[in-house]
Structures are given as C-alpha cells and as structure tokens.
Design a protein. Sequence first.
Lengths: 277, 640
Amino acid sequence: MTQRLRVRYAKRGRLRFTSHRDISRAIERAVRRAGIPVAFSAGFSPHPKISYAGAAPTGVASEAEYLEIGLTRRCDPQRLRADLDASLPPGLDALDVVESGGGGLADRLHGSVWLVRLRGVRPADAADAVERFLAREQVEVERLTKKGMRRFDTRQAVVGLTVEGAGEPAGQEPDRRGEEHDSTPCAILRMVVRHVTPAVRPDDVLAGLRLVAELAPPSPPEVIRLAQGPLDDETGGLTDPLDFDRDVADSRDDEQGTVDGAGECAASVGGDVAADL
Amino acid sequence: MSVESLFPRLEPLLPRVQKPIQYVGGELNSTVKDWDDAEVRWALMYPDAYEVGLPNQGVQILYEILNELEGTLAERTYAVWPDLEALMREHGVPQFTVDAHRPVRAFDVFGLSFSTELGYTNMLTALSLAGIPLHAADRTEEDPIVLAGGHAAFNPEPIADFVDAAVLGDGEQIAIAITEVIREWKAEGRPGGRDELLLRLAESGGVYVPKFYDVDYHPDGRIQRVAPNQPGVPFRVHKHTVMDLDEWPYPKKPLVPLAETVHERFSVEIFRGCTRGCRFCQAGMITRPVRERSITTVAAMVENGVRESGFNEVGLLSLSSADHSEIGEIAKGLADRYEGTQTSLSLPSTRVDAFNITLANEFSRNGRRSGLTFAPEGGSERMRKVINKMVTEEDLIRTVSTAYSQGWRQVKLYFMCGLPTEQDEDVMAIADLARKVIKAGREVTGTRDIRCTVSIGGFVPKPHTPFQWAGQTDHETVDRRLRELRDDLRRDKEYGRAIGFRYHDGKPSIVEGLLSRGDRRVGRVVQAVWEAGGRFDGWSEHFSYDRWMECAAKALADTGVDVDWYTTRERDEHEVLPWDHLDAGLDREWLWQDWQDSLSDVEVEDCRWTPCYDCGVCPTMGTEIQIGPTGKKLLPLTVI
C-alpha cells in the first residue's frame, strides 16, 4: 500500500434506505469502474482495502460518512474524488478526499449532528418535550438489539438538542417530487449526540422524548446526519475530522515545495508516505 | 395523460419494511424514459422477490432491448414481500415499477417472465395490487395486456384465465414485433379495442391468446380437443428462436443493484440450447437447437460487462457450459486476460469428464479450489440409461479421482429421486456410488481429508419432454427412499462422515407437477391458494403443501379430476395434452418414441457430433445448429 486516502461521502434521498453492506458493495464496484488502484489484502480471498467508520443506520440519510481507502499508487485526492463520484450511483456522493495524516479516523468521530424532521408535530410541542428531556439527568429507553432487548440511558449522550421550527431543514432532502404542499405542521430537531456504547441513535432520543413528554410523531421521522467529528467542548458543536489530515498534508507540501501532479494516478512515489504522528 | 410517480406515497411506508432498498430502484445502468414521449410502454416483471428477480437475464435483456427502441419504454417490477403488500393495501398504493415508480396498470403491456410455475401466486398478488382484474375476461381498455413468457409459458394453461397472451421461446425479436403491433394499433386509434389487438397478435402465429381457443373435455376428464374459436387464429402457436446470438450481445449495460441479490456477478450466455438429450430436462428440449456465441463475442461481452458493472465475478452461462466448442480457449483466454485483476470466473460445471476439471483448474488459477459439482442425476447405471444421462460409474469415479488428485477437496454430486421406472435399489445405488467416490479419492490423495456431498432433488415430469406422459412418483415413495438412503449413508462407519447429504421433501414437487402439467382447470386451484394467502411458493418458509392440497380438493371438486390425476397418473400415447397446440418444434412421435426407448434403456447421442435423429425442431422452426470452432484466439487486453 502506497497511499491512504480519507473520503467523506454522502448518502442522500432514496439511497438512505441502503444498509451499510449495500454501500460497501456499491463503493467497491465504483472503485473498480473508476479504475482506482485500490490495494487488496493478501490471502485466499483478497478484499479491497477500504475501511468504513461509523456508518449511519439504514433509513437515515447522511452528509458525513467516512471511509479510508488504501492505494497501490499515489493519486491526487481531488482527481480521485471526481473519479469516484462519477462512478458512484446518484445519491451516493464523494464530497471530500484528503490524504491520511495518520492516526485512526474512527477515533476522531466523537459525536454526530443529526437533523430530525417530524411531520405532523407542532414545533411548540416538540420544544416542550425537549425542555422536559433536557431537564432530566437520565432518560432510559429500551431497544431490541441483536443481543436482545437492551435498556440504556439516552440523556447523557445528548450534548445539544434544539428545535428549529417549521420549514425545510438544511442539507439534503428526501425526494419529494410530485408531493403536494400542505399545511401539516413540522418540527425539526437538531441533535448533537456523543458516540457512546451502546450507541444512542436519533430514534433512541425520540423514544426518550416520547417517554418524558408523550411526543408521538404520526409518521416515520426523517433523519439526516449533518456532521461527524471531534466534539468541541467550547461551542458544543463538532469540528471537521479531516482538518488534522489537511494540516499534515499542508505541512508536507510546504516541506516538499510541490503539490502532487494534477490527476496523475500513474505517477508513483516509492514508499509509504503516511506521516508518523 | 402523464403518470405521476408513486414514490412520494411509497416512501413513508419504506421505513416500516424489511430491506427497503429493494423498492427504490436507481440501479446503475437502469433507464427512466419520458412517459409522454413513449408510444408503447412495457412493465416487465420477474414474479419473485427483487433479490431473485433482478439478476434474471431474460428480464434484463428485454428491458435493454425495449428501451433501445425509439418511442418504447420499459420498466421493471418485482414481487413485494408480504410486509409491504399489507402496507400498500392499507394505504392504497398500487403495484409500482422500480424505475420511475409508475403504476403498473398504466402500461400497455404487463409482461411476466416465469422461470418456474411457483411464481403464479405472486402474479396474482401483483395484478391485485395493480388494480388489474385477475381474470383476463374482466379486463377493459384501461388495463394492460398481461403477457407471460419464460420456460413455464410453454404450458400456460394453468394461468390461461389470468393472462391475455403468452409467448414461447426467445423473447428478443418477438418483444419487438409485439411492440410494433401495439404501436400500429394505437396509432390507428385502437380500432376494435382490446380484442382486436389480441386478435392481431394471435393471427401472427407467434403469440398465444388463450381466449381464442376453446378446450373441450371427455366425460372422464381428459381433454377432447383444443381448437381456435376465431377465424384467422392458427391451430398451433410456435416458439421463437433467435439465430446468430452474436447479433444480440445483451446485456450490454448490466443492471447493478444496490440491494444484495442472489447472483452478484456479470453473466454471459455462451450458448443457448442443448442437445445432450437428457429426457427429464425441459430446458434442453425446448431451447433447441444449440446456438453458440463465438469466442470473440463472449470475450467482448465479458470485457464490456466488467467495465460497465464493476462486478468482480463473471459467470459463463448455458445449459452445459463445458460443451461450447471452444470452451477451452475461452477459459484459458479469459483466465489469462484477467489474471491479477481480482476478477473471478465461474461456470456451472455439471459434465462428468476430465476435461471439465481442466477447465475448473483454469478458472481457479488464483488459488482457491473449494468445490466441484457433477450431476450424474441417476444413482444406478440402469437409471442413467433411462434418463439418457450417458455417464458410466467408471467415468464418474475416474473424473472425481482426478479432481481430488488435483487439489479439489470437496465434490458435490447431484441426483434426482422419483425418476420414471425408479426402484428402491436405484436410489440406494447413490450411496454405493458416493462411497466408491470417497474410497477412490482417499486412495489417490493418500488423505482422509476429502468430502463429497450428495444433493438430491425431486423429479417433476415436464411438458415437451419424453417424460411428459410419465406418472410422477408420489411424495410418500420419494420421501421413504430418501430416508432409507440417508439412513444407509449415516450407518456407514468407514465413509459416512465424509459424505454429506442434502435433500428436500417430495411435497413441493407434487405442487410443481400439478402446475407444470395442469390444464385450464388448475387455474381455479391457483386462485384459491392465492386467496387463502399463498405467496412466494418458491420459498420453503412461505410454501404450504397443505394449503395447496386443501384448495385443490375444493377447487377441483366438480371436475371429476384431482391432484393425483394431474401428477401421478401416466398418460397414454393418444391423450390430448394441454400443451399439444403449443409448438416447441419437437415432433410428438419422436418424443413418444424417445419415451418408449427410455423404458427399454435405449440411449440417444448428441446431434452436435452425430447425425440428426429427427427430433423435429430444426425443420419445423427453420433453425439449425450453430457451433464453432471459429479457430480464433483471445489476445491480451491492453487495458483492463
């Protein structure tokens, strides 16, 4: 493996119904179609060296999914982003690619920002429920996991929870062509949730809201992950997890005084250049 | 009038169902065309779950060919699982296509491809969800033409009440011809309505329209006569055969799904047809003659398909892939080309000879030698003569020994149970054969670390085969023989542990038998089963034998015939069979003679390499065997 690249990608619209396995198959095929020189593991059944960090659940859209890909030849990150994006099915979109600056990417994903659209819920009711939720020290909910029914706290994982009011949320929207505009109320929640074990997902927080305030949306919530990254204790928000890699790349460029050739995957540089930090 | 997408109404239901991705479409290489620009619109259905239906070659090929035609649009639809079916009924969402989520009822043609009869109940679910009347007789101008194709359409009589029309054989050219007839009829302002359109299709001789044929019965229940009831409608309807497959190199743009499906690979048909003459094999009989794709077309299709799809596996499909006249060159050429590219090649290996192992070695160059499959089909030498599977015990042992000695550790042997004239000892012979295989394998490898799996399927007599007259073996007998075989294998201390045993109980075969050789009266059974909740009959967790038997008993009560009459009863030479007016090209007298020959263990050779034995197909259909060798070699690709 010559180079490791980190990719931020989105799953949007209808493709939010893909499972993590669906996505990894789609990405592996896109990588093949794009002719990206991906490295393979050794052994009887070699696998492409692509690793995924913290995949959003099936049914949840995301603007901030991350993967890391190992290459056998050095590639310009921007060129690879464009090639990969062109080969991915519409709705899976490669947004950002940087060369790995070392360290574990997954270790930097401390939390997520989620936007949850609740059709048929009045913003005032949602605000009331949020207030009651935040007033608690602990809100335990139950969820059926692969290990059976589990009971866990949701409150402590919630770093921020606000109601954005009616209207369309930011970010990518599910496809609603042909849908009539109606006067159904709609509350939009913005959640900043810490990644903990067992995972607290937006629907767990919704279960908590239901528990403390009987908030029961009449239709399935539409959930989008807007960001993942290190938690910023000062602002209560997240920072970009790839900033670190960008800084490393910049300092390396400064040292070398060059920028990788524009779009030449074939230009091979010997050795593994991942900075050891 | 334009048609709105149903997606906004479907979308809120999707978070509540299993594997929602299967309903959203958007596959790589799928096509959405403008509704209003199209004059003729096809909804194509594979009547099983998306994961099974999407990889189907037939549907993918027709989808692509129809969408290539200007003014023609084709979309796909699949069977929805019961969880979504319930929600669709609750919320009034009709059967939709996955491409643009348009309602199936809005299309001109609703074409269903039946690989198996077990999809019939799923057709009724789709019709019902679409809002299309179940019975062809109740349909109006607002409904599409419901058209059946696929191998099961060679006897569409059990679904004659539900389909408006059926086509036999290769679909490429007839789909285009039907499109043309519909286009003209619509352009003329739909003269004579639905009936005239059907009449125009029927008069061509290439489309079977059941309503234009009357079936009369003898008092004892046998068919007396099937005859057209309209002037201009031919007595017999012929199958379609595409000649020169190099002219039809589809799929060119293989569909790549997001959802996981049963075949995650790019498949190329390397030839159609088979003349090995296995008497149980309907596919081999109805797809004659053999028509090969040339080595160069196969290679070009593989190259294009891998590039277009990103699949990392290529399957070389046909009824007996090792029989391609240049398979050795194809295997070596492709293995050379794709060496080191993480692209694996596979071919269903069923022929019992050493050459097959050479091929398998070629395809597994990159290391893994997991398992090889051979299909002797019959356990005893006598049984194999009856079914015309010309493999001697010696051949089999030698071939399997070679496989073991070349590093294969696992060999799977496929057999059938319930074959015509089968006795208990024919089935018990399977155990002896398996033991001999292990014994020989241990000798050549010097290790006990080899295995063999015996896999057994139930035999179902099929229309247009020499066994179409045979009585099907009842499921009690099949189950008893399989139990005894299993016990015998397990009892054996020396070899028992090295032999795996897989089988299914014989009950589903009886239902398949009823649907395969049924006539129009069986349609009532299909409907009754569907009304009683029958869905996804090809899935053991959904299939209910008892439901089929209870519904059959009620639905057939006043007919004087029953399930046994359709299945275990042997027919005589002159009985009119429900599919006699449907022409697969096979000469009925030849089929009968072959049935008689089978009873006296007379074998028949493959007409590719021996003189014609007059099965009747080529002269009747105006076709001929098309095989190589072309003598061409594959050169390395400069860029893969």
